[in-house]
Design a protein around this ligand. Structure first.
Ligand SMILES: [Zn+2]
Length: 134
């Protein structure tokens, strides 16, 4: 009889509650970074290790545009990279805003360029901001 009781005795379970929500967050960090670069219709900011920065926009995946900056010598970012000891964190560009529609995206980019005054944007803005400058 004792043998049977021992056989069917249920050992008590121990529950551990995870009450800090940021513990879960660390498991999704990698996925979030990937999604960040897959976003489209965004205005982004790249900052060099020297502190100079560039603001651009793309309707495509952000990673596609970022890769163009690395190798397209017409890009101000690429030109800046030719100077020794200058690096951009291409894996984590800052997304300043997002909006659907080409004209709206250009308008948002122009507004943010005026607001942030990035060092490496030679154009100043993609479209004139007559309404904002009046
Ligand atoms: Zn630099």
């Amino acid at each position: 009889m004792q043998r049977l009781v021992h056989r069917y005795t249920i050992t008590p379970f121990q529950f551990h509650y995870v009450h800090e929500s940021n513990k879960l967050k660390k498991y999704f960090t990698y996925k979030d970074k990937q999604n960040h670069l897959r976003r489209s219709s965004v205005v982004y900011k790249l900052t060099c290790t020297c502190g100079l920065n560039y603001i651009g926009q793309t309707r495509r995946n952000l990673i596609t545009r970022i890769n163009e900056h690395k190798f397209d010598q017409r890009s101000e970012v690429c030109k800046h990279l030719l100077a020794p000891k200058h690096h951009f964190n291409f894996k984590q560009p800052e997304i300043l805003g997002s909006i659907v529609g080409q004209k709206k995206l250009h308008l948002l980019e122009s507004h943010l360029i005026q607001q942030h005054q990035p060092d490496l944007n030679i154009d100043g803005s993609s479209i004139p901001l007559l309404l904002f400058n009046a």
